[in-house]
Structure formats: structure tokens, C-alpha cells
Design a protein around this ligand. Structure first.
Ligand SMILES: CC(C)=CCC/C(C)=C/CC/C(C)=C/CC/C(C)=C/COP(=O)(O)OP(=O)(O)O
Ligand SMILES: O=P(O)(O)OC[C@@H](O)CO
Ligand SMILES: [Mg+2]
Length: 241
């Protein structure tokens, strides 16, 4: 089976609770060359804000996925290409590993499993809201990160492993260790990507680079540079094979 993210190099993550830079539109976002949009955030996500972003992005070619931060915010909308549901492998509270998922499946009937996928997060920035929220144990060596990645792929059948440094640029050695540990699964990297060089560097150590804050803080020209960095790194990896 093949999955759409196997062809991606770059994702733009849109926080429905945050504005775009003045004068920019969702059409501009879709024209950056990014391969997919992930819509989600941790704080103050309402159905209305989610719908606004879906409405504004669905008419363009770029696939759109919701990434819900809890079961209460999931939107049933045919215009979404699918759902990327996090599970946090290094959370201290099992609610964020399987508990929220159990609650979701219990309350919702008729989930569209073909459009529902999981992302195995390894949360690495202790100062991020996601680390606080999930009480993640972020004290992980490169070997630890590699082992989590391998466990996620080999024992739990996860197709997407996500090394998450949300808000700060991560340690390329740890990201590379996760990448080396995987055979088939796709490695997502997110955190602090802010220009061509940072996207290029993490693009060399992962399969898909994810850009979040930059869109809301600096805008689409800055995002476009990161698309170029990620694409160049990916093209080189393919050449080297
Ligand atoms: C079962 C369902 C439907 C949901 C559960 C989903 C889970 C386990 C969520 C855990 C938290 C998580 C990994 C959320 C993904 C979104 C994310 C990482 C947002 C970014 O967080 P920060 O950047 O730390 O937060 P802010 O930017 O909102 O401050
Ligand atoms: O906001 P940034 O630091 O770019 O992080 C992106 C993403 O990994 C957040 O979930
Ligand atoms: Mg954030």
C-alpha cells in the first residue's frame, strides 16, 4: 500500500487560531509549493475557526488534513483529504498515547477509517505547549529517539513517525538517528524551520519537513524559501541513492 505522504517533502501547518500575515491569503499559502496543509493547533481551536480554514483552502490543489489536538475538535467534512491523528510515544499520561483515541472511537460511530491515519510523535522541546500538555519526557538521547522510531514502525506499525521540536530548532543528530532507524515509515520533522538553510538541513535528515509558526509570523515568502530548501535536500537524497 502506498500513502500520499510518501511523495511529500514539505507540509505547512496552519493554526486556525492564528492569523495570516497582513495582506496574505490562503491562496498565497497554497501557491508556496508546499505539498500538503495540516490544520490544527493546541489552544482555542473551535469548529468555526477550523471550518473557516477548510473553506478557504479546499478549492486549491493542495491536499488538506486535519490534525486534531483532542477528540472534541474533529470536524466531519468531505473536503478534508483525511485526518492525521497524533499519538505521543513519550507522553507520561497514557491519555495521549491511546486514551483520547479510545474516547474518540467510543463516542463517534461511523469513523472513516480509510481517511484516518496516525502520527507517532516523539515530543522533544520541553518548553513547548505540546510537551507540557502531554507531560512528555523530552530527555531523550539520539539512541532513545532512534529506538522510539523503530518501536513505532516495527512493533506498532506506524506509517508516520514525527520528531517534534515545536517552537525551537532541533538537534539534527537526533533527527538523523530516527531517520536511520526507519526502513519504510516516513519521518516527519517539525520545529523552528525558518529559512532555506534550516529546511535544507532537516530535509537531509527526514522525509518531510513541517513549517508552522513561520507562516503566521513571517508569511508566505519565508515559507516558500523553506519549500525550496526541503525540495533541494530531497532531490539530493534521491540522486545519492
Ligand atoms: C484521538 C484524537 C482525535 C486526538 C488526540 C490527539 C493527541 C494525542 C494530541 C496530543 C497533542 C498533539 C501531538 C497535538 C498535535 C498538534 C501540535 C503538536 C500542535 C503544536 O503545539 P505547540 O506548538 O506546542 O502549541 P501552540 O503552538 O498551540 O502553543
Ligand atoms: O511552529 P514550528 O516551530 O515551525 O513547528 C512546526 C510543527 O512541528 C508544530 O507542530
Ligand atoms: Mg506552535
Amino acid at each position: 500500500m502506498s500513502y500520499p505522504w510518501e511523495d511529500w517533502d514539505h507540509i505547512t501547518k496552519i493554526d486556525p487560531d492564528k492569523d495570516l500575515v497582513d495582506g496574505e491569503t490562503f491562496e498565497d499559502v497554497c501557491e508556496t509549493g508546499t505539498d500538503a496543509l495540516e490544520i490544527g493547533g493546541t489552544l482555542d481551536i473551535t469548529e468555526e475557526k477550523m471550518e473557516r480554514v477548510i473553506e478557504a483552502t479546499a478549492k486549491y490543489d493542495v491536499p488538506i488534513y486535519q490534525e486534531p489536538s483532542n477528540p472534541g475538535v474533529v470536524i466531519d467534512d468531505d473536503r478534508l483529504d483525511g485526518y492525521l491523528i497524533p499519538t505521543v510515544f513519550n507522553a507520561s499520561d497514557s491519555f495521549w498515547i491511546t486514551g483520547a483515541h479510545k474516547e474518540w472511537v467510543r463516542i463517534e460511530d461511523g469513523l472513516d477509517w480509510d481517511r484516518t491515519h496516525t502520527e507517532a510523535y516523539i515530543v522533544m522541546n520541553p518548553d513547548s505547549s505540546v510537551a507540557e500538555y502531554t507531560e512528555a519526557d523530552t530527555d531523550q538521547s539520539a539512541e532513545d529517539v532512534a529506538s522510539f522510531a523503530r518501536v513505532a514502525e516495527k512493533m506498532f506499525g506506524q506509517k508516520i513517525i514525527y520528531v517534534e521540536y515545536s517552537g525551537t530548532y532541533g538537534d539534527p543528530e537526533k533527527v538523523a538517528a530516527a531517520h536511520d532507524a526507519l526502513d519504510e515509515s516516513t519521518l516527519f520533522y517539525g520545529g523552528g524551520i525558518h529559512d532555506y538553510d534550516s529546511a535544507y538541513e532537516m530535509g537531509q535528515h527526514s522525509d518531510v519537513v513541517i513549517v508552522g509558526n513561520l507562516l503566521h509570523d513571517k508569511g508566505v515568502d519565508a515559507v516558500r524559501e523553506t519549500v525550496e530548501g526541503a525540495k533541494d535536500a530531497s532531490a539530493e537524497l534521491v540522486d545519492a541513492e
